[in-house]
Design a binder for this molecule. Structure first.
Ligand code: ADP
Ligand code: NA
Length: 341
């Protein structure tokens, strides 16, 4: 393929909010038009912390369904479950032997998460999490990885590790073992996403909309019913200024709600200003609620269809895994040869 390849890992949470959708998922899905894209539901990563087994199975399928509902097009992109492609676990072990323990112990996320797990009681896989992530990426000779701020350090480690393995086992040494020589892995580049919208909480307008915020009232979940969306918007925090405006630092709620309206209605900022500048909250809120409902409704309908059709989802995931296995096995074959197996 002449298209550059992008790989995106998605945790199997099964439920996402408007912030995840407008800030990340929408942009990731758009990558499929420019790159050969692989969407991996990373269920192996989900077991690095104690997990609920029933929940994991359900969330894995629900997450796949959600991405498909959000527009992942299987004629352009592959969607698959990490554990369905055995090469991920195997490559992780092979990479571990080239990974200094110190590289992993200094990872910020390991330090934070292992502290929460009580230090010495944290699992070994929490420590090796970034090696698994490196495997997810380099298995596919990936050109680009869309990463948020929190994954930058892990991507840097993946690059260092790929380079290290290339140096240790690639080139002339590999050729002597009958290989083609040169690099075993492509070195992946970060893909800094287009500025996604930063969606703020509906209850304070100052903190970001988040799944960990205690109040469900503070967020719109992608799968919320029409009535619930209308109710949350009706009750969301506003102010007592006259008219509506963007970019007034004293009016964070106003800026947030107008921005959400702009994106989901597909209008320009100027068009929204023209339409809403003289509105009261009482006029604007139902308009926003309707636009949100109209935007999310097709996603929800599609999600229902996909989750109800087990055979279809199985087929998508199995085709995705087949495609991924083909690429992954070729990489593993090279590494085996180069490592002297
Ligand atoms: P949460 O903060 O709800 O736990 P995650 O940390 O799992 O969400 O983030 C998943 C993706 O969604 C990341 O790419 C993150 O940048 C994006 N994201 C999360 N919350 C928001 C938000 N309120 N606005 C925009 N993007 C967001
Ligand atoms: Na978070």
């Amino acid at each position: 393929s002449v298209m550059k390849r992008a790989v995106s890992g998605v945790q199997p949470t099964g439920s996402v909010h408007l912030g995840n959708y407008l800030g990340a998922i929408k942009n990731w899905v758009a990558l499929q038009d420019t790159y050969e894209t692989l969407f991996i539901i990373v269920d192996l990563h989900a077991i690095t912390l104690p997990h609920d087994t029933q929940q994991l199975r359900k969330s894995t399928r629900d997450t796949a369904a959600l991405y498909l509902a959000c527009g992942v097009d299987i004629s352009k992109a592959s969607v698959f479950v990490q554990s369905h492609v055995r090469a991920h676990s195997e490559l992780m072990f092979l990479l571990c032997s080239s990974t200094p323990i110190g590289w992993l112990q200094k990872m910020t996320q390991f330090k934070e998460k292992s502290r929460k797990e009580g230090g010495e009681n944290a699992s070994v896989s929490l420590l090796t999490y970034p090696v698994l992530m490196a495997a997810d990426i380099v298995l596919y000779q990936t050109d680009f990885v869309p990463v948020g701020e929190d994954q930058k350090q892990h991507l840097e480690l993946a690059r260092d590790l790929a380079q290290r393995v290339n140096n240790l086992y690639g080139g002339r040494k590999w050729k002597k073992l009958g290989g083609r020589g040169g690099s075993i892995f492509k070195i992946p580049e970060p893909l800094i996403p287009q500025v996604g919208a930063r969606v703020m909480s509906l209850t304070d307008g100052l903190s970001k909309m988040s799944k960990s915020a205690p109040s469900d009232q503070s967020r719109i979940n992608l799968l919320d019913s029409k009535d619930l969306i209308a109710d949350k918007i009706k009750r969301c925090k506003t102010d007592s200024f006259a008219g509506l405006e963007f970019d007034n630092a004293e009016r964070p709620e106003c800026n947030n709600l107008l921005s959400v309206y702009q994106i989901v209605s597909g209008k320009t900022k100027e068009e929204v200003m023209e339409e809403c500048k003289d509105m009261s909250w009482g006029t604007f809120k139902p308009l926003l609620a309707d636009a949100l409902i109209e935007h999310l409704n097709p996603i929800q309908i599609r999600y229902q269809e996909i989750t109800e059709d087990r055979a279809y989802l199985n087929k998508v995931l199995s085709e995705g895994a087949d495609r991924a296995t083909e690429i992954a096995d070729a990489t593993l074959h090279n590494l085996h040869q180069a490592m002297g197996f």
